[in-house]
Design a binder for this molecule. Structure first.
Ligand SMILES: [Zn+2]
Length: 84
């Protein structure tokens, strides 16, 4: 059975949401911000990769995926299907 798994979490270049914390993009090192919802997604998926929007777009092209909204939270993620 295949299972969908978020593999990348996309941060914002703007820390304008209250409670945002800054992290680094794994692709280019740019400073990115995660909202409290994004931080929660990261806690639930400890191996998730953090990306800025530019790097996420590149990865999406390579993987032929789209940036999606986390089902439960206000966070942008790239989902991969496991086991296919
Ligand atoms: Zn980047």
């Amino acid at each position: 059975m295949s299972k969908e798994k978020p593999v990348a979490l996309i941060g914002s270049e703007f820390g304008n949401i209250s409670g945002s914390r800054n992290f680094k993009c794994s692709g280019c090192g740019l400073k990115i911000y995660l909202s409290p919802d994004g931080q929660q997604t990261k806690r639930l998926n400890p191996s998730i990769v953090l990306l800025c929007l530019t790097c996420a777009d590149e990865i999406c092209k390579i993987l032929r995926r789209e940036i999606r909204r986390d089902a439960q939270r206000n966070a942008r993620v790239i989902i991969l299907r496991e086991g296919t």
